[in-house]
Design a protein around this ligand. Structure first.
Ligand SMILES: NC(=O)C1=CN([C@@H]2O[C@H](COP(=O)(O)OP(=O)(O)OC[C@H]3O[C@@H](n4cnc5c(N)ncnc54)[C@H](OP(=O)(O)O)[C@@H]3O)[C@@H](O)[C@H]2O)C=CC1
Ligand SMILES: N[C@@H](C[C@H]1CC(C(=O)O)=NO1)C(=O)O
Length: 325
């Protein structure tokens, strides 16, 4: 297969993670980075920076666009627009709104004979696959997902979109006592609040209303309103010194039985030095699959549930059978 020509739309943490992943992919080339900002203000590792306003001129130069905008306010607008003209992948992670996003993107992609994979990444994404494989292979079971301790890019992005916030990050902290109960085999019924806590560190703009910012965060639907959330206002210097790393990870734990008294535990653990670099690597594999599947006639919206695993890997099916089966 010829080299896959990729464009990145949105150059933030995730955009830089995708850029690194493409640099390691022998079957791919990064041909452009699209941005809403003045292209002169954005510096990449070499790829040309193009205003998003000029994206249509690239329709015959790009095989797939990776949308790296924020889920809170960007992707539900950008992915349907891009899907009309390009194959596209995004990491949309507002779980409650995934069905609505899927329908919007599907209409746009079908109209353009393109293929769009939404909600790539690790959760939703890789963890979603683990949850569905476990449910299929162990139907009489309960599944528990724990994230962290680490930095959620989705929640950090949501915090940064609030008026008066200059810089912000959000750390997700699993309730370790709950995690240990599950790892010990207890089929506990846990509320959202009993599984995780959320801790925010932010730098407020001069003169910003901190009480208003805190209230907007702790009451934010789909992100914070169901959790115990702590909001810390800190200085620029402390933020730059303490809060620039983006480690994360988590566990998918499934407890089930195949007959009375015959119990099984499926436990998958993920430890990430860099959330954006790992997520970028997953999205690049998704981009590979989308190009291959569209070339075979697939159109509309899909998720990772719809992707045959062999489409994600650069090797041929015969090589995979010989080396990975
Ligand atoms: N499904 C999953 O497992 C995961 C999903 N994600 C998703 O990835 C999304 C993006 O996260 P992340 O990359 O950390 O967010 P960022 O805030 O770093 O970037 C989001 C967008 O903001 C713009 N931007 C970036 N830097 C600046 C700046 N200095 N000034 C102005 N605008 C800027 C960019 O768009 P532009 O270039 O157009 O200005 C960019 O696409 C998250 O919202 C989350 O939903 C992340 C990790 C895992
Ligand atoms: N989508 C998440 C990836 C994982 C992490 C997470 C959380 O900490 O709440 N939920 O899902 C992210 O943006 O980092």
């Amino acid at each position: 297969m010829s080299t896959i020509k990729v464009a990145i739309n949105g150059y933030g943490n995730l955009g830089r993670g995708v850029e690194k992943a493409i640099a390691h992919a022998k079957d791919m080339e990064l041909v452009a980075v699209f941005t809403r900002r003045d292209p002169e203000s954005v510096t990449t590792q070499g790829a040309p920076v193009v205003s998003l306003d000029d994206v249509d001129a690239w329709a015959d130069k790009v095989d797939v666009v990776v949308n790296c905008g924020g889920s809170a306010t960007d992707l539900h607008v950008q992915t349907p627009i891009i899907a009309k003209k390009f194959n596209v992948v995004d990491s949309f992670d507002t779980h409650a709104k995934i069905p609505e996003h899927f329908e919007e993107v599907n209409k746009a992609a079908e109209g353009g004979s393109n293929l769009a994979l939404i909600s790539g990444g690790w959760d939703p994404g890789f963890f979603s696959l683990l949850r569905v494989y476990g449910a299929a292979f162990l139907p009489e079971s309960d599944v528990y997902t724990f994230w962290g301790p680490g930095l959620s890019q989705g929640h950090s992005d949501a915090v940064r979109r609030i008026e008066g916030v200059k810089k912000g990050v959000q750390y997700t902290i699993p309730v370790e006592e709950a995690r240990q109960r599950i790892l010990g085999g207890e089929h506990a019924e846990l509320t959202v609040r009993e599984k995780h806590e959320r801790v925010v560190y932010l730098v407020a703009e001069d003169g910003a209303d901190k009480d208003k910012i805190r209230d907007e965060i702790v009451n934010m639907p789909n992100y914070f309103d169901e959790y115990n959330t702590t909001v810390n206002f800190i200085s620029d210097a402390e933020f730059d010194a303490e809060h620039t790393g983006m480690p994360h990870g988590g566990d998918v734990i499934r407890l089930g039985k195949t007959s009375e008294g015959v119990q099984h535990v499926i436990h998958f653990n993920l430890k990430l030095d860099s959330n954006p670099e790992f997520t970028g690597s997953v999205l690049v594999a998704c981009a590979r699959a989308v190009v291959r599947m569209n070339a075979e006639g697939a159109q509309g919206a899909i998720t990772l549930f719809d992707v045959p695993p062999a489409k994600l890997h650069p090797a041929t099916p015969a090589e995979l059978r010989a080396h990975m089966l």
